[in-house]
Design a protein around this ligand. Structure first.
Ligand SMILES: [Zn+2]
Length: 252
């Protein structure tokens, strides 16, 4: 980020008109910088599905998905707790169009648990496509949670699979560790990020989505619909500049 851009962001964030509602587990930094959030011991960053398959050159590339990597690399050190997720499908997974004769990627079908968008084969377990993005550098991460490994159930959310019943275990993990506030980022905004944020709210977590650390697929208006639904469920929409990091400290 250029110094000019940093300066502009600082100016934006310090205007009197700009206010940030802080939830439990986060605190403001100082009177001069009240709007910037410093994540505390009860906050966690959830980095959703930043994998080779969802960036340029991958089997299900999200437009400009690779752009989130540098943003997330800069954010992660600001958090004491960092969780990564990985979409992790067996071959022949039910979410693959190739598993349903006559169907094409992005068709929608009805499965026992509801509507399912069909995708190109992606994130097959153990393949380079399913690996975390090569440029993602988050050594702080304490847990890599894999999801979507049940052959007959998709899993957008990091908490519950697409049947809305089968837990991944993440909710219990976070609660046992005393985490109360979640900051969600990654790919894609309107699917795995949104479903993760919505489930986080339903499990009682104070939840933020960091917009510029996400990119969406936007299938038939799904991006706007996802933001609307997240807002209605109390998910807070912020930008990476709203979080205090070492680089923003040193730029001061
Ligand atoms: Zn998937």
């Amino acid at each position: 980020m250029s110094m000019n851009r940093r300066a502009a962001l600082r100016a934006l964030c310090s205007t009197a008109a700009y206010t940030m509602v802080l939830g439990p587990g986060v605190s403001s930094r100082s009177r001069a910088d009240e709007s910037r959030i410093k994540p505390g011991a009860s906050s966690a960053l959830i980095i959703v599905d930043v994998q080779n398959c969802f960036v340029q050159g991958g089997t299900l590339a999200v437009a400009h998905g690779e752009d989130v990597v540098s943003v997330i690399n800069g954010l992660a050190p600001a958090f004491q707790n960092v969780i990564l997720t990985q979409d992790w499908h067996p071959p022949g997974h039910t979410s693959f169009a190739s598993s349903h004769p006559g169907k094409q990627p992005f068709d929608t079908i009805t499965l026992p648990y509801g509507n399912q968008v069909l995708w190109p084969d992606h994130c097959v377990q153990g393949t380079p496509d399913a690996a975390l993005d090569t440029d993602l550098h988050v050594p702080e991460a304490q847990l890599v949670l894999r999801k979507g490994f049940h052959k007959d159930i998709d899993s957008y959310s990091a908490f519950r699979e697409a049947d809305h019943r089968t837990p991944t275990g993440l909710g219990a993990y976070l609660k046992e560790r005393g985490i109360k506030t979640l900051f969600v980022c990654g790919l894609a905004t309107d699917f795995c990020v949104a479903w993760t944020a919505l489930d986080a709210r339903s499990l009682g977590f104070d939840t933020y989505v960091i917009e510029d650390a996400c990119r969406g697929i936007d299938l038939k208006g799904s991006l706007a619909a996802a933001w609307k639904k997240m807002r209605s469920h109390g998910v807070k929409r912020i930008q990476s500049a709203n979080i205090a990091t070492d680089s923003t400290d040193s730029a001061r």
